[in-house]
Ligand binder design. Structure first.
Ligand code: GNR
Ligand code: NI
Length: 189
């Protein structure tokens, strides 16, 4: 098992569409173990493979601790998920994302979802989720399609947070571009 580095905004890999898994072999089991270790260490309640730079349709989740701090771990390993049904009823949760550190905002999504996926053991499963699990499942499945929770916010909020992370990345980069144009400086705020 190994801790993996989590990609953060504005890494373009977070915007790619991930490929289905053809075969669940030992390398996929090792990846799932690394994802769970990385998620629990963060700590987070979900993690998509692309967040550790693996562009496959794989995610791990565990909302048990968030809902009851004394609960035993309930890791879920989800491969090639498909959303079969979403409720008309919506619910709002304050979301965060390990790839967008220290930013939290309310997001409205379907309150319940039915999902089909392949489990760690290679068998097809279906679950109907509600509450935090339903929200987290949708957040993670979005990652597989290059979608981030900020895409569900107003353009004003999304642009503000996108600019903030772009600026931080630029300042932190070892060889910043010289002679940025006035237009660029203005866009940077
Ligand atoms: O740890 C996480 N918490 C969370 C809270 C509300 C809605 C979604 C999430 S997922 C997030 C971890 C993460 O970034 N998964 O992709
Ligand atoms: Ni996320």
């Amino acid at each position: 098992m190994a801790l993996r580095t989590i990609l953060t905004l504005p890494d373009p890999r977070l915007r790619q569409k991930c490929a289905p898994v053809a075969e669940i072999d030992a390398s996929i089991h090792a990846l799932l173990d690394d994802m769970l270790e990385t998620m629990y260490a963060a700590p987070g309640i979900g993690l998509a493979a692309i967040q550790i730079a693996v562009p496959k349709r794989i995610l791990v989740l565990d909302v048990a601790k968030r809902e009851d701090e004394n609960a035993a771990p309930e890791p879920l390993c989800i491969i090639n998920p498909e959303i079969l049904w979403v409720s008309e009823e919506l619910s709002i949760y304050q979301e965060g994302c390990l790839s967008i550190p220290d930013f939290y905002e309310d997001v409205e999504r379907p309150a319940r979802v039915r999902t089909r996926f392949t489990g760690r053991d290679g068998r097809a499963q279906e679950i109907e989720a509600n509450g935090l699990l339903a929200t987290c499942l949708q957040h993670e499945i979005d990652h597989l399609n290059g979608v981030l929770f900020i895409d569900h916010l107003s353009r004003l909020k999304r642009d503000r947070i996108t600019r903030k992370f772009a600026k931080t990345a630029k300042h932190g980069s070892p060889s910043p571009k010289k002679g940025a144009s006035k237009e660029q400086a203005a866009a940077d705020g």
